[in-house]
Ligand binder design. Structure first.
Ligand SMILES: [Zn+2]
Length: 297
């Protein structure tokens, strides 16, 4: 089941719609990466990609984004993500239960997830974590589901793809107590403050950045934090179809974000860090390949 409110979508924004596949992206939104990129958070099982996922993947490749980590936010979407990964070169999948869905956590899916983690197409446990911004599941249910998935990640020896919103202090407490046991973790779509960022970096965790930093209403504080993130801890992601960057030079069809737009976000990161785009591409790609243990392309 698709839950439209899931993940980073701001409920005050218009939801991403089905794009017009006959008119995919205007030329002004065709950005080519300076070097190959990995989009570590692409929700390609979202309904808005149902009609044209093949074209979306091809457009990403044309833009230099040839490797995509497809996010699995519940059991059904994890299976769909794994199927996509099996069908398309350069795609890999994660499998977990998003904090919004945490109230549905039970022992049965835990067993089914453990089986999924033996599939080579699954490269991380997640999306899982804590979201105290909206509390679509109660904080107690979120902690219980997250704790269970931390345990599964330890058993599977896989890294974690973590969602945290307005829950930095509690997330840090939980990760501190698990840090020696878990292989590795990325805080995807980091949106927090400097103190939380340094807490994660002190635990030797990774940081995923999205187009959130292009949002003048709530994301510009991230510009000043960019230089604090070592390049071997930084990865980039669209979190598409959500979080369409608000400073694009043209409208995206259906207000839908897609992996081909990732180079725009990398350009913003490079600009505010004062680095070259090619350097950010090469470093984040090397970090992602190491983090997710990618062998192919
Ligand atoms: Zn998320």
């Amino acid at each position: 089941m698709i839950v439209p409110a899931t993940q980073e979508i701001d409920v005050s924004d218009t939801s991403p719609g089905i794009a017009d596949s006959a008119n995919p992206l205007p030329d002004t939104l065709r950005f080519k990466a300076a070097a190959p990129l990995v989009d570590i958070g692409a929700n390609l099982t979202h309904d808005s990609f149902r009609r044209d996922v093949q074209a979306v993947i091809e457009r990403a490749r044309d833009a230099g984004v040839g490797t995509l980590i497809v996010t699995g936010t519940d059991l059904e979407h994890a299976h769909q993500a794994l199927e996509l990964a099996a069908r398309h070169r350069g795609l890999h999948a994660t499998a977990g239960v998003h904090p919004h869905e945490a109230s549905q956590w039970s022992a049965t899916p835990a067993q089914e997830f453990a089986a999924l983690y033996r599939e080579p197409g699954i490269v991380a446990v997640g999306e899982c974590g804590l979201d105290f911004n909206r509390n679509f599941s109660s904080p107690a249910d979120q902690e219980r589901a997250f704790e269970a998935q931390l345990g599964l990640a330890v058993e599977a020896g896989l890294p974690l793809f973590i969602h945290e919103r307005d829950a930095g202090p509690r997330m840090l407490e939980m990760l501190r107590s698990w840090r020696d046991d878990i292989a590795d973790a990325v805080i995807h779509c980091f949106t927090g403050e400097r103190k939380t960022l340094h807490g994660y970096l002190d635990l030797d965790l990774h940081i995923g950045l999205t187009g959130w930093l292009c949002d003048e209403r709530r994301g510009h504080h991230l510009r000043e934090l960019l230089a604090d993130i070592p390049l071997n801890r930084l990865m980039v992601e669209t979190d598409c179809p959500y979080l369409l960057p608000r400073n694009l030079p043209a409208k995206a069809p259906g207000r839908r974000h897609e992996p081909a737009l990732l180079p725009w976000i990398v350009g913003e990161i490079a600009h505010w860090r004062g680095d070259g785009e090619g350097d950010i591409c090469r470093a984040t790609t090397a970090t992602a390949r190491r983090f997710f243990r990618l062998e192919d392309n």
